[in-house]
Design a protein around this ligand. Structure first.
Ligand code: ADP
Ligand code: MG
Length: 341
């Protein structure tokens, strides 16, 4: 007999499958916040309220006024690989919603206590489902959904050990909401921590209004508007003038079809555009939105969807680079950058 004992191949239990999936998607409370706000936006919410306790470790509650979930679908919402957002490969390839994997709620429910409270449009009452007990009972609320997540990582203490202080986790949660807020000026956001309102962005009339609400009123004066079409690509947003560059790249926001992404092609294009006007290690400030035919970009690359793959990276690079170069070269840019502006 050998010293390494082999066990027969077996299916993993469902709960463990979800916990493994959660390991990829949920790194910290902010990851849960992002998933729940994604869901609220997909549901068509106009107003999203996030309530946190202990940096999100004790409690993350995300409340929306979106379409809600019908009573008989509540258990399905918690089921792995169950989604209302896509039904075929063709739909995956042209997906316009934030979600499509049908995994977030199941994953979160496997590593925390989760309850789902929802009232579907037209229904005459709300229903609340407790993920652990499966208990479904009538509840009260107006149309929309509240997802409550308590005691994150209680079942996976190893993960819990990697968490930073509450203040740090709170900062990450706020950042997660801020990323959504920059993309959706038409939606109002509020964040509460331990019963205190810590951040609020009211529905804004224009993207520029939301930008100044988020970054302060100086931002608009220190940036140029980007609005550029190249082939079927549209690049719009704001790019900071060179003087507004920072030592840290902490104000760099890139969105592809409304989804916040980190992408080497995009970053490289921005760097190239600023090459002649920014010196040393200074980091430009920007909030840029790329609209692209969804069939020309693959968002199903990474479980958190923060990475994407472009079918033609060169055309994207060129569009982004030219968009910023043109904007920086425009007369308005020179005016904004000069001291007598
Ligand atoms: P996905 O977003 O990929 O579909 P999730 O696990 O995040 O997967 O959510 C599962 C399903 O639950 C969604 O497809 C949606 O139908 C429903 N759902 C989740 N959150 C909300 C919400 N806030 N409002 C309405 N429906 C929701
Ligand atoms: Mg989702």
């Amino acid at each position: 007999s050998s010293s390494t004992s082999r066990r027969p191949i077996r299916d993993l239990p469902d709960e463990l499958i979800s916990q493994i999936a959660a390991g990829e998607v949920v790194e910290r409370p902010a990851s849960v916040v992002r998933e729940l706000v994604d869901n609220a936006l997909d549901a068509g919410a106009n107003q999203i309220t996030v309530r946190l306790a202990a940096g999100g470790v004790r409690l993350i509650a995300v409340e929306d006024d979106g379409g809600g979930i019908p009573r008989d679908e509540l258990p399905l919402a918690l089921r792995r690989h169950a989604t209302s957002k896509i039904a075929s490969l063709a739909e995956l390839e042209s997906v316009g919603t934030m979600g499509f994997r049908g995994e977030a709620l199941a994953s979160i429910a496997s590593i925390a206590e989760l309850s789902l409270l929802s009232r579907h449009g037209g229904a005459d009452s709300a229903w609340q489902l407790d993920a652990r007990t499966g208990e479904l009972r009538p509840a009260a609320r107006s149309q929309g959904t509240t997802v409550e997540v308590r005691e994150l990582f209680f079942a996976t203490p190893a993960r819990r050990k990697f968490l930073k202080t509450d203040a740090t986790e709170l900062a990450h949660c706020i950042e997660a909401v801020r990323r959504h807020a920059l993309a959706r000026p038409d939606v109002g956001f509020a964040i509460w921590h331990e019963g205190r309102l810590v951040e609020q962005w009211r529905i804004a009339d224009t993207p520029a209004q939301r930008l100044s609400d988020v970054f302060g009123e100086d931002f608009i004066g220190q940036s140029v508007q980007v609005d550029h079409d190249e082939g079927a690509l549209h690049v719009r947003g704001h790019a900071g003038v060179p003087d507004a560059a920072r030592s840290r790249g902490d104000q760099q926001f890139f969105y592809v079809n409304g989804r916040f992404v980190r992408d080497k092609v995009l970053l490289h294009a921005v760097r190239a555009a600023y090459e002649d006007v920014l010196h040393g290690q200074r980091q430009p400030v920007f909030v840029l939105h790329l609209q692209i035919d969804p069939t020309r970009v693959d968002v199903n690359v990474h479980p958190t969807k923060i990475e994407v793959r472009f079918r033609d990276g060169r055309e994207v690079h060129s569009a982004v680079r030219h968009a910023i170069e043109n904007a920086l070269a425009a007369p308005r840019a020179a005016g904004a950058a000069s001291t007598d502006d």
